[in-house]
Design a protein around this ligand. Sequence first.
Ligand SMILES: *Cc1c(COP(=O)(O)O)cnc(C)c1O
Length: 287
Amino acid sequence: MENGLREWHFHGNEELTVSSTSMRGFLHILRESLNKDDGRPCFNLGQGDPSAFPSFQTSIIAQDAVVDSLRSQKYNSYSQSVGIFPARGAVAENLSQDLPHRLSAEDVYLTIGCKQAIEYILTAVARPNASILLSKTAYADYDVKAAYSHLEVRHFDLLPEKGWEVDLEAVEALADDNTVAMVIVTPGNPCGNVYTRQHLNKVAETARKLGILVIEDEVYGHLSFGQNPFVPMGVFASIAPVVTLGSISKRWILPGWRLGWLVINDPNNILGINIMVEQRLRLHASS
Ligand SMILES: *Cc1c(COP(=O)(O)O)cnc(C)c1O
């Protein structure tokens, strides 16, 4: 106020400090707080990234394809904001192998890792007063990105005695007319659940009953080690529309390449994607 000057008006966005609790963030705080003088070695058991080890390298074919694209000089321009058509088509073809319907390139939006796909879909469904249903153990990014979009989050339990299935009674009890979507993660991080066909069918029936969208995070798709084979939620998209999120980070061990996707499985065209997703995606063009 002195000298006729006003006080500085900017402040950091407090929501960032309240909601930004990533595992890596915690590990960083832990490492910073270690007593570095006591000489004991410290092993990182929170690695979470196998590509750091020589036995988990991606295929030479994939590396060569990227090198060839780079050298071709054909891909130095701004690309379409939702990803180049051949790459979208390749994802559609790959995922269609496990689905009763065929995806087309138009159903696929490429993103910067699965994390950006999470951001896109939560932004797309965040109309005023909307809420979404998340499991209490959901990947932390869902809560964080929901907070950015002012989406209310309601948490349901997973049932450990039933292989960490979704407590669908709780889902029904939590939903109301403003609930727009529920999120499931299969194969699940951190519980390791791989949902059966029967359970996914029930998830779809519940979503149909509630009139909500199922957002399925299958970033660990096909990485199932127990009895249950991986079944994508998209198989049940004719019961309730499914938005599938994935990336090459886990199955293809390439987290640093930051390539992910958001895929609309909606054979009955319930969503009207032009209104619901496409406009928002353009807005957020990953230019
Ligand atoms: C790792 C992970 C992500 C993020 O994937 P990226 O492709 O690295 O952005 C999303 N969801 C779950 C459940 C994850 O474990």
